[in-house]
Design a protein around this ligand. Structure first.
Ligand code: ZN
Length: 467
């Protein structure tokens, strides 16, 4: 490699040869970009060599480091031990080559605000992905990778990202695709440049990549004896709970939950991980139906309404027309219809209406003496698709619905629920709902083939506003 004049002013000692520091002498972010933490991963190493040939900095400081020179020369992942596990904050150093290297690198990278560490995956057919914690989420829209995995700091610490985060700076790793794939070099080049535009070290608009899928690392499997994969797994391949992953000695190894698998490989010792399991964090958002999006979510609303209420514990059958009538209430300004969306699919719903617009005249008569029907908000339906339950989505819908009722000037929220002891009773009591003593509502249900009576109690909550 040709020698590039660099400014060593900020470093006391240099044993690592390939450090390329670009200083603008203007204020701005201090960013370091690492390649070759693993010596056989070409993307970062070659991308840095290409970029520094004519890199122009405009703000702050950028430092490119090609890290494990010895391992790169031997085209190995590492010489003595995995450099990517040597950055533990309080690791007591023995004396391996990589441990000494990490010690030096720590001194250097700790002088920067952000450290971008470029890697390749050892798994074929792997698309690029990011490893980082929440502190780096606002940088992600500059990175052309959809998948983001967090929680390495807790379960798999010891990389540069972990080290930066531990000293209250920002560290992130990008896996740029399979380590033998030459396309990963160009990918890394584009990625680094776009990232440095985002951090404003280069003064040009960056390309935004906003679509992201988030995963949480949940399990790191280290073999007890000799681990062999049952088959090759691609990174992010989905596994069902109890699906066979491989054999450790004579024991079968299963996925302990519905997961995605990462970095799966045969390993014949108990010092290295054989695979990681992560779970998808669904990107759920809740929106209110209004006249602009009424048509967009109509079919989704009808579909899940029918689906959820046809199942336990309801067993009620509705026609499309019946549900559409309910959905039409969204057109009233006094109604609050919320839908929970996963991507753009409706997976949950909540409906609340002005009590005086309720179609059940008996029910209104029952409450007329207790509440002003025009100032009372009635919590009608609440439903979340079975596979999305237990993630707090129902809770979010409930809280948002209350907030809307408050904002819209209602004095009271009321609802019907099953008798004392039910789940929803205890939930709403936590939200300061009270039982309306001595009042019971009885209505017919639409249960399949059963002429059933539905007996409910009334809960209510006074709202803060006094309009
Ligand atoms: Zn790597």
């Amino acid at each position: 490699m040709s020698n590039i004049k660099i400014n060593y002013k900020s470093f006391n000692f240099i044993k690592i040869e390939n450090i390329f520091l670009f200083s603008s002498n203007k204020p701005g972010k201090k960013v370091c970009v690492l390649g070759g933490i693993h010596g056989n991963e070409i993307a970062g190493i070659e991308a840095i060599k290409n970029i520094i040939k004519n890199f122009k900095i405009e703000n702050g400081e950028v430092c490119f480091i090609i890290c494990n020179e010895k391992a790169i020369q031997e085209n190995k992942r590492y010489i003595e031990e995995d450099l990517n596990r040597c950055f533990l904050k309080n690791k007591s150093y023995t004396n391996s080559y990589e441990e000494n290297l990490a010690k030096e690198l720590k001194e250097i990278i700790s002088q920067f605000d952000i450290c971008l560490d470029i890697h390749n995956s050892t798994t074929k057919n792997t698309e690029p992905f990011v490893i980082c914690e929440k502190n780096a989420y606002n940088l992600l829209d500059s990175i052309n990778a959809e998948k983001v995995v967090s929680n390495f700091d807790n379960l798999e610490p010891g990389g540069t990202d972990y080290y930066m985060n531990s000293i209250n700076k920002i560290g992130l790793c990008v896996e740029c695709g399979y380590f033998k794939d030459k396309k990963s070099i160009l990918f890394a080049e584009n990625l680094i440049i776009n990232f440095l535009k985002k951090t404003n070290n280069i003064k040009l608009n960056y390309i935004k990549y906003t679509k992201k899928k988030y995963f949480l690392l949940n399990e790191v499997y280290i073999p007890k004896t000799d681990f062999k994969l049952y088959k090759q797994f691609n990174d992010f391949e989905e596994l069902k709970k109890n699906q066979i992953i491989g054999k450790d000695g004579n024991n079968l190894v299963y996925s302990s939950f519905n997961s995605v698998i990462l970095f799966a490989k045969d390993i014949n010792n108990n010092t290295q991980e054989a695979f990681l399991l992560a779970k998808k964090i669904d990107n759920i958002k809740i929106i209110r139906i209004d006249k602009d999006n009424y048509e967009i979510y109509k079919d989704g609303f009808i579909k899940i309404y029918k689906e959820i209420f046809s199942q336990a514990p309801y067993y009620e059958i509705f026609s499309d027309e019946e549900v559409e009538k309910i959905y039409q209430l969204s057109k009233l300004e006094t109604t609050v219809t919320l839908v929970a969306l996963d991507d753009d699919n409706v997976i949950g719903l909540a409906l609340g209406i002005k009590l005086s617009t309720h179609i059940d005249t008996d029910f209104k008569l029952l409450l007329k003496n207790h509440f002003n029907l025009d100032k009372t908000f009635y919590n009608a339906e609440l439903a979340v698709l079975a596979k999305y339950r237990g993630q707090g989505i129902g809770n979010e819908l409930i809280k948002k619905r209350i907030k809307f009722a408050e904002k819209m000037g209602y004095n009271i929220i009321c609802m019907r629920t099953k008798e004392e002891g039910s789940m929803s009773m205890s939930l709403y009591k936590k939200l300061d709902f009270k039982l309306l003593n001595g009042v019971k509502s009885i209505s017919k249900t639409k249960k399949i083939n059963i002429d059933d009576e539905d007996i409910r109690v009334i809960l209510y909550k006074r709202l803060a506003n006094k309009t």
